[in-house]
Design a protein around this ligand. Sequence first.
Ligand code: PMP
Length: 349
Amino acid sequence: MSYFRTTIDRMQGYVPGEQPLPGSNVIKLNTNENPYPPSPAAVEVLRRFDPELLRRYPDPYSRRVVEAVHRTFDVPKDWIMVGNGSDELLSIIIRSCCGESRCVVYPMPTYVLYRTLAEMQDTPCREIPFDDAYTIPVTDLVAARGAVTLIASPNSPSGSVGSASVLAQLAGQLEGLLVVDEAYVDFAEESALGLLAQYPNLVILRTLSKGYSLAGLRLGFAMAHPDLLNGFFKVKDSYNVNAASCLAGAAAIEDQSYKTINAHKIVATRMRLSEALTIMGFRVWPSQANFILVRPPQGNAEELYLALKERGILVRYFNQPKLDDKLRISIGTDEQTDCLIRTLAELIK
Ligand code: PMP
């Protein structure tokens, strides 16, 4: 007899991108972190953090973060819920709404964790294939009748976005919840935030891991109608966000200009890298995120991934249908990007 539920025994489990130990000498372009440091205002909060705050449990509602989100994005406070990264919020939503006869729907390929979270919950997944241009398959998504439909916009690994009008159409037609995962929105031209007030079934997720350079802090937030958040609060751990993350995260959210300057730099580097690789014969999908999806001229993605790794450059290779001839490359600093371009040029010669 196994100690585990059959579901857990059978599932593979999410495999995160490699995280080399701090101090390792690698150019890390595999998990879409921001190459620039976090806001000096957030760093200062951590430096001055009062250890006395560690003696007590943290605020179960992360009200400092709620306040910062409210002021920054003009969303009412009771429409905001804070999580230990957006991964935790995704888990809360799926645990709240899905089960054996309440399926999860999403276009494929997308963030692999969606499937993992559904599997843990014994929830069937309906995976609707994207076309080659990564257009959101609205009709098929609606027909799949999910309790929860997940759209990452920008999507990973494609970098493609769903326009606000397409997402509005989806929210209007779906019977269940529409979760728009905006982890990469800080590098994009469009957001679904303007739709929030009109659609009681819409949840928008944001994270501080990408645009704000705070992946190590573990902070994300959901914006949705209070009726939805009240349900999610029943499922959330009471003290899900630690005291230091709450204070530093609030400071980072309030420092929008710093985030925007870094996002502009990353978008400029993304354009430069896309052009350089296109000239070298790669197919480069248009991206609105801080990474690009590329197909090497010979389609030998795994070989290139391994050769880059040997030379100290980590990129992401997905050994799965439709992606095994492609690489996803996070946008680094200009120096890192120059090194990547030089190395790839040598390798494909
Ligand atoms: N959504 C998407 C689409 C992602 O790629 C990621 C990063 N792996 C996340 C959510 C998770 O972000 P967080 O660090 O906030 O848990």
